[in-house]
Design a protein around this ligand. Sequence first.
Ligand SMILES: Cc1cc2nc3c(=O)[nH]c(=O)nc-3n(C[C@H](O)[C@H](O)[C@H](O)COP(=O)(O)O)c2cc1C
Length: 271
Amino acid sequence: MVIKQYDVYLVSLDPTFGYEVKKTRPCLIISPDDMNAYLKTVMIAPMTTKSHPYPTRASLRFKGKNAHICLDQIRTVDQRRMQKKLGSLQASATDKVKAIIREILEGAKSAGATTTEVPLHHIDMKGCMGCLSCRKTPGVCKQKDGLSPFLEAMKDCDGIVIGSPIYMYRITGQMKQFVDRCYSFYKDRDDGGYDCVLSPGKKFALVISQGAPDPEQYKKSIRWLAGMTGFGFGMKEVGRIIHSGSHENPAKDTKDLLKEANEIGQRLVAE
Ligand SMILES: Cc1cc2nc3c(=O)[nH]c(=O)nc-3n(C[C@H](O)[C@H](O)[C@H](O)COP(=O)(O)O)c2cc1C
């Protein structure tokens, strides 16, 4: 049986204990394909059609029904508990930020730019190891991994687009790791502040996607992200998309949103 991440299987969860999710129900495979290919176990998140609005329950549409993924009930199960495949989550259910960023990059390309997409969740990226070598050699991060060439490219680029979904009330862990690694772009000042070593005149845009309908709900986290990855580098912001209520309005189907994204891409080049 070839099991893929983001497939949905009917899984027999019993026997269970206490408050664990019971019965045979659809479950989302969350373990990566490398693990699924070699182990006889898979990591699953049970799905339910009824749920309280906990932040740990991600809602989406599956097979025409509203479904909630119980991220608070993730568990590892033997593959023999899996009864049959029900389908897979569509790319639109896992890639809302990507859909918007792709459109911004399309806009930038149409205005003559060369673009590179850097999916932080796919590259082999380590966190900052706190070695502080960048205090001695600002601009150079000693940690060498899949992110290193892109940190280098940020020195030469004319603009960047930063995108993150909101996971568990904040930006994603991958984005925080990226921000930590960007410490290497800051040089200590004698007065305790920092100067950025990136050349001035670059531009940035920000994309956030969230399930919650109120675009103001995570404004502190979003303001912080804009500060750390844009304003702090002396960059000028050319646009910001807060895609809220993303489950009801998938980005790829929201024409106005994609039009705005494309225009932001053009502004990255033109302004
Ligand atoms: C692990 C996880 C945690 C989430 N936590 C929140 C949250 O705290 N608040 C919220 O509004 N949406 C939350 N969501 C919903 C996502 O922000 C939303 O589905 C977003 O559009 C996902 O974008 P993506 O498809 O690019 O990953 C969460 C989703 C996941 C998978």
